[in-house]
Design a binder for this molecule. Structure first.
Ligand SMILES: Cc1cc2nc3c(=O)[nH]c(=O)nc-3n(C[C@H](O)[C@H](O)[C@H](O)COP(=O)(O)OP(=O)(O)OC[C@H]3O[C@@H](n4cnc5c(N)ncnc54)[C@H](O)[C@@H]3O)c2cc1C
Ligand SMILES: NC(=O)c1ccc[n+]([C@@H]2O[C@H](COP(=O)([O-])OP(=O)(O)OC[C@H]3O[C@@H](n4cnc5c(N)ncnc54)[C@H](O)[C@@H]3O)[C@@H](O)[C@H]2O)c1
Length: 471
């Protein structure tokens, strides 16, 4: 265990970061690059959930599935199929077989001190680390302590104490259950339904509300539900588990089936039997084990942004976003504050609010930036919207035979600039950044019309969208 660097016998660092996910790593990297010292404390794998149990493995699984699906909708190509063992091998390779040595070296090469162990606060600017070897060390921060501890899964009360899967198991799947019930209809549920079905599970989704991906424009739900249904997934809306029984449940390890069959009785009184259940019911900041109470604080103080000047919580732990790129943005912003020329830059607040960008890697992909129509109206904007089907635009229609896609923009009448966009389509994630730039820079519609999309690309959707809202 590396608790001290050779030049730092007092365990004193300018910045102490608890949690070595992408957000903690980015913060440590940026402050060290600007001349401060940083310790990065991690009790599991350096790289965080994102690298081993969330973004990276899920996208490693989904990309070949997307290519296989494209091959089924392109005449001139023989449809290709998924080979489950090869797909799992690809996932294993992309997560470095769940070893983090290379990632730890990368951090150390940058000049960051990586400290293996569980970190908790034990006073102002003070962090106690319980190492896996049983030793305890105290680290002292000259400037700030940052909590970048990520999230834990929400467990609905009816599943308390019953061993079932959460998203970690689904991304690390080793045993493919023949019958899988997924509870939830958000990004985890929709993405995991796609890869588990492709791996051979017969998937049933229990969705409490009437929509999939309910945080996006309402048209998204129908498009994704149609595609998941076509893949053989049974989606049951307005349903949730009222009773769960798994007599021989046992935790055999991450990604392994956790015992014998599970019987679920729904609120409507139906009984469903499955070989595994995946809870995709949201996640909450992992703040329970950092001992905020030791410095007179609680998790509510984090969520209400009521922290002393020496303590920050960013990334998923901060409760504002649960997206890697948004957390990394916060880390870059905080690093800039900490390394600016101001005498006490930590007195500044993280007050910049970029538009939120997100891509859900279903097929078609769902990409969004900024506000939906409903959210814009609720925020008091006077808006105009435009929508277009990919099939109606020559460049986009060439993506696949019978292409499935739709785009929508939300324009603020006062500034005549975009405040939101949603793109659903085969490669929509790669198309999003044009919309993100338009929203972030508040580019007026007439100026956007001067950026001429190439024929025949899917970006030609912009011509139609902007004509609809143009003066
Ligand atoms: C299945 C799934 C797929 C996702 N896909 C995407 C995607 O495609 N794109 C996207 O933008 N977002 C995605 N997300 C969300 C994304 O994973 C998170 O937003 C991201 O991981 C947040 O990064 P973080 O650094 O804040 O936390 P994490 O990546 O969760 O890292 C936190 C780290 O802190 C460590 N830690 C916690 N407590 C302590 C402690 N007390 N002491 C020491 N170490 C500690 C943990 O072990 C962990 O390594 C996905 C989430 C899930 C569940
Ligand atoms: N590609 C991506 O960007 C990506 C992929 C996966 C996850 N994520 C992020 O990770 C986080 C977690 O994702 P998620 O899909 O688990 O969360 P979510 O909050 O987006 O969705 C949770 C779903 O579970 C349902 N639910 C909640 N409690 C329930 C209960 N007690 N019983 C039945 N249903 C219940 C909700 O109605 C919703 O459908 C999100 O913030 C998400 O944006 C992002």
């Amino acid at each position: 265990m590396s608790t001290t660097s050779p030049t730092n016998t007092e365990n004193r660092y300018d910045v102490i970061v608890i949690g070595a996910g992408p957000v903690g790593e980015t913060l440590a990297e940026k402050v060290v690059a600007n001349g401060l010292s940083a310790a990065l404390v991690e009790h599991d794998l350096v790289g965080g959930d994102c690298a081993y149990y969330a973004c990276k493995p899920s996208k490693a699984l989904l990309r070949p599935i997307q290519i296989a699906k494209a091959s089924q909708y392109l005449t001139g190509v023989r449809p290709t199929t998924i080979v489950a063992d090869d797909l799992l091998a690809r996932r294993n390779e992309k997560v470095s077989h769940y070893h983090d040595a290379a990632q730890k070296w990368t951090m150390e090469d940058l000049g960051i001190t990586v400290v293996r162990g569980h970190g908790r606060l034990n006073g102002e600017r003070s962090v106690e680390v319980h190492g896996s070897d049983g030793a305890t060390h105290t680290l002292h921060a000259n400037r700030v302590v940052a909590l970048t501890t990520g999230t834990v899964a929400n467990i609905p009360p009816v599943f308390e104490g019953i061993p079932v899967w959460d998203s970690k198991d689904a991304t690390a799947v080793r045993d493919v259950p023949a019958r899988l019930v997924i509870v939830g209809g958000g990004p985890v549920a929709c993405e995991a339904a796609s890869w588990m079905s492709a791996l051979g599970s017969k998937v049933t989704m229990l969705v409490r509300e009437g929509l999939l991906l309910g945080k996006f424009e309402p048209f998204v739900s129908d498009m994704i539900a149609d595609q998941l249904t076509e893949a053989g997934i049974d989606i049951q809306f307005f349903t949730e588990a009222a009773e769960v029984c798994r007599p021989d449940g046992m935790d055999h390890g991450v990604g392994e089936i956790k015992g014998g069959p599970v019987a679920l009785r729904t609120k409507a009184g139906d009984t469903i039997e499955a070989d595994e259940v995946l809870l995709a019911t949201g996640r909450r900041p992992d703040l329970g084990a950092v001992d905020l109470e030791s410095v007179g604080l609680s998790a509510d103080d984090v969520l209400e942004d009521n922290l002393p000047e020496w303590l920050y919580a960013i990334g998923d732990a901060g409760g504002k976003y649960q997206l890697t790129h948004m957390g990394k943005y916060q880390a870059r912003t905080l690093a800039k504050q900490l390394t600016s020329v101001a005498e006490h830059p930590e007195d500044d607040v993280l007050d910049t609010e970029p538009p939120i960008t997100q891509v859900v890697f279903t097929d078609p992909q769902v990409a969004s930036v900024g506000l939906t129509e409903d959210a814009a109206r609720e925020s008091g904007y006077d808006i105009v919207t435009a929508e277009v089907d990919f099939a109606a635009v020559k460049g986009a229609a060439l993506q696949r035979d019978n292409v499935v896609g739709r785009a929508k923009i939300v324009v603020d009448k006062a500034t005549n600039s975009l405040i939101g966009a949603t793109l659903v389509g085969p490669e929509a994630g790669e198309m999003l950044h044009a919309a993100s730039i338009a929203v972030a820079a508040q580019i007026p519609v007439p100026m956007l019309q001067e950026a001429v999309p190439v024929f025949p690309t899917a970006s030609e959707i912009w011509v139609s969208l902007l004509e609809q809202v143009g003066a």
